[in-house]
Ligand binder design. Structure first.
Ligand SMILES: Nc1ncnc2c1ncn2[C@@H]1O[C@H](COP(=O)(O)OP(=O)(O)OP(=O)(O)O)[C@@H](O)[C@H]1O
Ligand SMILES: [Mg+2]
Length: 601
């Protein structure tokens, strides 16, 4: 039988280091967190060769006495918690009492420290976890820790380190994150002896956010703020037009601790829903302040993961705070119009927009659009909408406004259509280019949604019902959503086995497209399986229906149609993005244009 033995302390420290210290940036994080916990107001980080040759963190915190300094490098030695109760109410960054012994076990480590109560400081040298020297030294109040030759005695770990540049960029991100979370502290970061960043303590959170996220986003950050008895959420989020291809510029803080939490990230996405394209990530600095006993930080040795006791409540608050802030702050096209938008204008204008598009430019395809707009009004339901549509269009022609009236608007002067696809207009600030398909898609989408929620969706019967031959899984899923599809306007009935017959489709849709929409919904639902909720597929249906119901690019529009498209757009809840999250309009300010022409430098 094998003999069970207690591992020597050095090995257990090295095992702990495996989890605590994944790369040089983890060392920076642990040391800086210790400095913050020691009430430092100035922290300096010096790094050489990606942190592989040197990481030095010095602070002006409370320091350690000689006895405490010797204790601090022992496993499970901490000044931050004492009882089990403390563990469930952690207010400091550290609490495990393992970072220093772990780091000291895999590097050549030097600690210099002094408290304000003594004139003499203490210096301790450790090599691979073994104390080599303890001496008295002259030192300022505070602590300095040197980590030389990280992983020198664990070659397997060393091998996995990336290039100096990559490790440097992880370190820079870590420092930026901590600087953001602690804007009252000065952080200076030197790389190979040259000053890279100086976050001064006089910076406001906004200035620090701009410092970290980049100057180019300075005028594209929106303040977020929410507070109730349970939670406070605050920070800055980017205008949806500013995105990145990764989530690296999303900084999340829970009680000022920089964390990674999938649930919070997904709540942020929910808040941006319909405003950011798939695969793109917004930027932002998000603070969640919550009672310490409402969050468990003892989830992983790296202390980056957390667990909320009432996660749904937190996620919902985050999502709603962002959505509210975005819709409030969005560069709303309503500013172009001096005339306040009154509810009376709403539906009439919307209807006319649809009708004119239909009549003038797209006799076949646009019939569907015209029909859909009639559906929004209290028109009788008709089986074949083609006939009624033509009459309606003729009727509308009598009321078509004259061209000069349509051409000028207060604030937004329509210049015309370009490339058969975009609407060019002059605003008070400069010029605006509007994507006509995206704009109309947004209008149709919001109308469909209103219609769905007010249970006023209408169907058109198919002259020749379509059959759908499905596989077993698809058939099973379709059977489970037939009733919901009905509320969207799809009337589908089982036809034996896994065959279904589509009898009617939403009025807005081109009937040829409607079966494609159904198939697409089934495919997405089955790929995503349990991650595809009812809300998800309803949303997807509405988006697909809007896409197939909207006017296309390369469709010539006159001033009247454009005028009405804009009028409808400004009534939308989110006039800036199509339902897929693509921008509807691009603005160029006079200043930007003058810069391009080098009139301004
Ligand atoms: N810069 C510092 N200034 C003053 N005291 C420090 C400093 N760094 C560490 N200490 C002391 O050393 C102790 C051990 O530090 P260590 O990082 O190992 O553990 P911790 O911070 O308590 O917990 P964790 O392992 O979760 O970080 C701390 O509890 C603290 O009392
Ligand atoms: Mg610590």
């Amino acid at each position: 039988m094998t003999t069970i033995r207690i591992l020597p302390e050095l090995i257990s420290n090295q095992i702990a280091a495996g989890e605590v210290v994944q790369r040089p940036a983890s060392v920076v994080k642990e040391l800086v967190e210790n400095s913050i916990d020691a009430n430092a107001t100035q922290i300096t980080i010096e790094v050489k060769k990606g942190g592989k040759s040197l990481i030095r963190v010095s602070d002006n915190g409370i320091g350690l006495s000689k006895d405490d300094a010797l204790l601090s490098i022992e496993r499970y030695a901490t000044s931050k918690i004492f009882t089990t109760q403390d563990l469930f109410c952690i207010s400091t960054f550290g609490f495990r009492g393992e970072a220093l012994p772990s780091i000291a076990s895999i590097s050549k480590f030097t600690l210099v420290t002094r408290t304000k109560d003594t004139d003499i400081g203490t210096k301790i040298d450790i090599v691979g976890g073994k104390i080599k020297n303890v001496s008295d030294v002259g030192a300022p109040v505070g602590t300095m820790m040197d980590v030389n030759h990280l992983f020198f005695n664990t070659p397997a770990r060393k091998k996995f380190l990336k290039s100096d540049n990559t490790e440097n960029s992880h370190i820079a991100d870590t420092i930026a994150g901590m600087a953001l979370g602690n804007s009252h502290i000065q952080f200076r970061y030197f790389l190979n002896n040259s000053l890279q960043k100086n976050f001064s303590s006089s910076q406001s959170l906004f200035q620090r956010s701009v410092h970290v996220l980049g100057r180019d986003v300075a005028d594209k950050l929106y303040k977020i703020e929410f507070e109730d008895a349970f939670i406070r959420i605050h920070g800055y989020c980017s205008n949806p037009s500013v995105t990145r291809s990764t989530s690296s510029k999303i900084f999340l803080f829970v009680n000022n601790r920089l964390v990674y939490d999938r649930g919070l990230i997904s709540a942020i996405f929910q808040g941006y829903k319909g405003r950011v394209m798939k695969g793109r990530f917004p930027l932002g600095v998000f603070f969640v302040d919550i009672a310490f006993d409402q969050v468990d930080v003892n989830v992983h040795p790296s202390k980056k993961e957390i667990k909320f006791f009432n996660s749904q409540q937190v996620y919902q608050a985050m999502c709603e705070t962002i959505a509210r802030s975005l819709s409030r702050a969005q560069e709303n096209i309503k500013v172009y119009s001096k005339t306040p938008v009154t509810p009376d204008r709403t539906s009439k204008k919307s209807i006319e927009t649809f009708e004119f598009f239909n009549e003038t430019f797209h006799p076949e395809g646009m019939d569907k659009v015209a029909q859909s707009s009639m559906d929004w009004q209290t028109r009788p339901i008709v089986g074949k909408f083609g006939e009624i549509n033509k009459d309606f269009v003729k009727e509308q022609m009598w009321h078509k406004p004259s061209l000069p009236q349509a051409r000028t608007r207060d604030g937004l002067k329509i210049i015309g259509q370009v490339m058969g696809t975009y609407i060019l207009a002059e605003s008070k600030e400069g010029i605006v280019l509007i994507d006509q398909h995206a704009a109309h898609e947004r209008i149709v989408y919001e109308k469909l949604k209103q219609r769905y929620f007010s249970l006023k969706v209408q169907s058109q019967n198919l002259v020749v019902p379509e059959t759908l031959e499905l596989n077993f899984k698809e058939a099973d899923f379709l059977s489970s959503i037939l009733e919901d599809l009905k509320s969207l306007g799809f009337i589908i009935e089982p036809f034996g086995g896994s065959t279904f017959v589509v009898k009617a489709v939403p009025s807005i849709m081109d009937e040829k497209q409607s079966t494609l929409v159904i198939i697409e919904i089934l495919e997405t639902a089955l790929v995503k399986k349990d991650r595809f909720s009812k809300q998800d597929w309803l949303e997807k249906c509405l988006i697909l229906m809007a896409c197939h119901g909207a006017i296309r690019a390369n469709l010539n529009l006159g001033h009247t149609e454009i005028e009405k498209l804009i009028a409808d757009l400004e009534l939308c809840e989110n006039p800036c993005h199509c339902p897929h999250g693509r921008p509807i309009m691009i603005n160029w300010s006079k200043k930007e244009i003058e810069k391009l022409f080098k009139r301004l430098v």
